[in-house]
Design a protein around this ligand. Structure first.
Ligand code: ATP
Ligand code: MG
Ligand code: FE
Length: 346
């Protein structure tokens, strides 16, 4: 069964085609992505109205590109999936509107997917798919959460950030170091040439005894340090970047290990944009190997937003009998939508 997935929750238009017909995990037949990063760069962040307008321009050309890649045609699509939330309302409406119009015109059912479930299930698109149950560390631009995952739709929140997300901590620190937007990858690259012990930055909530995170104080500490350095910031930038990255990664590592200990689970899934971070991967791999824990990541290019994870989540929801695609094309979107509100198969 062919599932088309459309992602438009923020500043990436993603479209993908997944084949969920055969045995085993669904197979990715094609995916195409357009990032609006260059367009929003001048503003230092995403401008919602510009994002919506750009999604409108990109979504159909990307759909045709995916079909071409896969050697398939529109009528062969059996279900059209889209990101229903959370995200920017106007941006979500574009994907939802296009998906429902496409579904209605083809006479095929549609299915709205939770964006974070897409991230969470994205490692199933990789060469080394996980098995349920597992602990998930969801680290993206807008979220930092630890989840206990029993199966598709069965998510228990173990802890989350009380202020900024990990990706936001990377981006905001990078911004005040003049590293552009979004700064996570740039900060991480610069950090490779720096000394992570150069600056003593806080590890907020590291010893809080729960599985919550806080990154707002870290950003303030980086700002204070940058101001203190003044003219000396430039030659010490790599050191500050390395110290910042080390602080974020240490908190993510320790809390993930605490979640594994608390749940007794031996499997960890890391998903979301920050999951592309190499230091995080190295440290998690080393610590988990010692504890007999298997770690699974999405492919590097599928860590940040994409249509493949949306098609995949839809295919897995259908296969697990958690959700049925519907022909009620009166769509709605959910800009705010906690992941643990989803439910598993009855
Ligand atoms: P959400 O999924 O919570 O709605 P989002 O979709 O904007 O947010 P993602 O696309 O999953 O988030 O991830 C983007 C974030 O990942 C950005 O904050 C970016 O800086 C960060 N990021 C990407 N690559 C890296 C990296 N190598 N190191 C650190 N951070 C990274
Ligand atoms: Mg993005
Ligand atoms: Fe995302």
């Amino acid at each position: 069964m062919l599932v088309l997935g459309i992602e438009s929750s923020c500043d990436e238009t993603g479209v993908a085609l997944v084949d969920a017909g055969g045995p085993g995990v669904p197979k990715l037949l094609g995916h195409a992505l357009h990032s609006q990063v260059r367009m929003h760069e001048a503003y230092g962040g995403v401008v919602p109205e510009l994002a919506s307008r750009d999604h409108i321009r990109r979504v159909l050309p990307l759909t045709h590109e995916v079909l071409r890649q896969a050697g398939r045609s529109l009528p062969e699509i059996e279900t059209v999936a889209y990101t229903r939330g959370p995200g920017l309302a106007g941006a979500l409406l574009v994907g939802a509107g296009v998906a429902c119009a496409l579904g209605a015109s083809l006479g095929k059912p549609v299915l709205g997917v939770h964006h974070l479930e897409g991230h969470l299930l994205s490692p199933f698109l990789g060469a080394d798919p996980p098995q349920f149950p597992f602990v998930a560390l969801l680290v993206s631009g807008g979220h930092t959460q630890l989840m206990r995952v029993e199966g598709v739709g069965d998510y228990e929140l173990l802890g989350e950030t009380i202020d900024d997300a990990a990706g936001e901590a990377f981006d905001k620190s990078a911004k005040l170091m003049g590293l552009g937007y979004p700064g996570g990858p740039a900060l991480s690259k610069l950090a490779q040439q720096g000394d992570a012990k150069a600056f003593a930055l806080p590890r907020p909530l590291l010893h809080s005894g729960d599985l919550d995170f806080s990154f707002a104080g870290l950003k303030t500490a980086v700002l204070t340090q940058a101001r203190k350095l003044g003219d000396q910031l430039e030659p010490r930038k790599a050191d500050l970047a390395a110290s910042t990255e080390a602080a974020i990664v240490e908190v993510l590592l320790k809390k993930s290990l605490a979640a594994l200990k608390q749940t007794g689970l031996k499997r960890l899934v890391v998903a979301g944009g920050v999951g592309a971070n190499q230091l995080l991967r190295e440290q998690l791999n080393a610590a988990c190997a010692k504890r007999g824990v298997r770690v699974h990541y999405p492919e590097l290019d599928l860590c940040t937003d994409n249509g493949a994870m949306i098609a995949m989540a839809a295919a897995m929801r259908l296969a697990a009998g958690v959700q049925e695609a519907n022909r009620d094309y009166a769509f709605d979107v959910k800009p705010r939508w906690p992941l643990d509100e989803l439910s598993a198969a009855p």
